[in-house]
Design a protein around this ligand. Structure first.
Ligand code: GLN
Length: 218
């Protein structure tokens, strides 16, 4: 069992997150998304409106709210149990007054308005067949809902990428974590929806982990 699961605690972006069996164990490579968003938004006072799809423990959204003291955010997850974890973390890490949690199958329960400056997500992106071949630390302890991206690992991007245009404000950007080598598939999906792939963000090992997407000419 991973140490973080024994202690029910994991550090992410220098903050300590409570975790349990209902959420993904936050990964250091996911910090690439936070770095990419900081790079794209140099003014930390910007009153960003952020949505985090598949918030899990809430680690991405809560870390962003720490970096951007005037930002507000919505954490979306289909699992009410994961949302309880995220709620706990938002309270413990003192951002509860700037966050709302919504139980939803991706964007379904959100109003389709162009309301967000930032869309962020670390969706499940592992190919279904590959999950059982992963280390036991992963396959036995991370919820499969948080890992399983379908046959090619792309199911969630096929849902999320076309939704970008409904949710982003003018000038807004979407940041997604991707699996190793998925960038060509992501580019194809982005081009299908007339969005633009603005940048690829490698992690510390040089693997492309983050994609930065804007919507058409917005
Ligand atoms: N957003 C959470 C994280 O990055 C959960 C992601 C997921 O469950 N796929 O850790």
């Amino acid at each position: 069992m991973p140490v973080s699961r024994i202690f029910g605690e994991k550090e992410f972006w220098g903050l300590s997150f409570y975790i349990n069996e209902y959420c993904l164990d936050p990964r250091p490579e996911t910090e690439t998304l936070i770095e990419a968003i900081l790079k794209a938004t140099p003014n930390k006072k910007t009153p960003l409106n952020i949505v985090d799809f598949g918030t899990g423990s809430g680690c991405i959204l809560i870390s962003l709210l720490h970096e951007f003291p005037n930002a507000r955010g919505i954490g979306v997850d289909i699992s009410p149990d994961a949302l309880e974890v995220a709620h706990h973390n938002a309270q413990a890490l003192d951002v509860i007054n700037r966050v709302t949690f919504v139980c939803s199958d991706w964007g379904k329960a959100l109003p389709q308005e162009n309301q967000f400056d930032i869309i962020v997500s670390n969706p499940p992106y592992i190919e279904s067949d590959v999950i059982l071949t992963l280390d036991k630390e992963v396959s036995h302890f991370d919820p499969s809902l948080a890992l399983d991206g379908g046959k090619k690992g792309l199911n969630t991007y096929e849902i999320l990428i076309p939704q970008i245009k409904f949710f982003l404000k003018q000038g807004g950007k979407a940041f997604f974590e991707i699996g190793k080598g998925q960038e060509a598939d992501i580019l194809r999906l982005v081009e299908k929806t007339h969005a633009t792939l603005r940048a690829l963000h490698p992690d510390l090992a040089g693997i492309v982990r983050g994609v930065e997407i804007s919507c058409g000419d917005k």
